[in-house]
Design a protein around this ligand. Structure first.
Ligand SMILES: [Zn+2]
Length: 303
């Protein structure tokens, strides 16, 4: 009898959810993409536990979530996502995690959304189910708001407010960290604005429509994209159309992205003689990553 109750006790102990123990000390914050993970860390520093869902080098458009990430969501306090269909694979995970206390912050909510994404998608009539889902997700508008530093400043405020609500004891800590970080973002914005003004060419081509908000903020033109539906490689005929389009534009540079294969970009560059550079839409360190993106743009458009 004694043995049985001891066994039950130890089993019970092992099944105790980790959550309660961890939550006593720090908020568990999970972010879908690297820039939001960075923002959370800049504001929460060592008073939160920050986790990232999409690892470096992978794209949210083609991402396959891991079972371990569902467990992470099950014990999280706050989940920061972009919304606008970027994390089209996430709803199932959140439902399955059955975390009633989870607060979900949709960072892209409340901004003016660019919706004129697809002008030449007639071929989508004969597509697979998966591609139809992709099209659906694009119908919600262009999701890449974080790449406009002016929006990033507002997003930092949103994350700060949400952290303060969840953990009022550390409220002033979160506020002062957010203010310090926002100053750096404002300097970044100023630097991009001043440099972009002087560039001779304003036209550029990207791999997918990632830098549209950035371009509009700083008077640049993303004149064409290679994959309007990210993850769907162009057919040989579509590739020829892109090459013709590139030849007609005044664009000086075509930008590859680290999350997608570089082969298509290279073949377009070989055909057209256009300069190739790299833009990273998902920098792990937002400030450094955006400064590197600025250097790449300046090298391509500023000369
Ligand atoms: Zn994207």
């Amino acid at each position: 009898m004694f043995l049985i109750s001891l066994l039950t006790l130890s089993c019970g102990k092992r099944e105790m959810p980790e959550k309660k123990v961890l939550n006593k000390n720090k908020l568990i914050v999970v972010a879908s993409i690297a820039p939001y993970h960075d923002f959370a860390k800049q504001i929460g520093k060592d008073r939160i536990e920050a986790y990232l869902i999409i690892p470096s080098g992978e794209s949210p458009h083609t991402f396959n979530p891991r079972p371990s990430q569902q467990k992470l969501i099950a014990k999280a306090d706050l989940l920061i996502i972009n919304g606008l269909g970027l994390e089209y694979w996430l709803d199932k995970m959140v439902d399955a995690a059955e975390n009633k206390n989870l607060v979900v912050l949709k960072a892209a909510e409340g901004f003016p959304i660019i919706t004129d994404l697809h002008h030449n998608h007639e071929h989508l009539n004969e597509t697979t189910h998966e591609e139809k889902e992709n099209k659906h997700k694009h119908d919600m508008g262009n999701p890449h708001l974080w790449l406009n530093p002016v929006y990033a400043i507002s997003i930092v405020d949103k994350i700060k407010d949400t952290l303060k609500e969840a953990d009022p004891v550390n409220g002033s800590f979160y506020s002062s960290n957010a203010e310090a970080y926002k100053l750096k973002l404002k300097e970044l914005d100023k630097e991009i604005r001043e440099k972009a003004k002087k560039w001779q060419t304003k036209d550029f081509i990207t791999f997918h429509p990632s830098f549209e908000y950035f371009a509009r903020e700083y008077g640049l033109n993303q004149v064409a994209v290679i994959e309007e539906i990210p993850g769907k490689e162009p057919t040989p005929r579509e590739l020829k159309e892109i090459i013709d389009k590139v030849k007609k534009t005044k664009a000086k540079a075509i930008f590859a992205e680290p999350q997608f294969p570089a082969a298509i970009v290279k073949s377009i560059a070989d055909e057209t003689g256009i300069r190739v550079a790299t833009l990273n839409p998902l920098p792990e360190n937002y400030l450094e990553g955006m400064k590197e993106n600025l250097r790449q743009l300046e090298k391509a458009l500023g000369e």
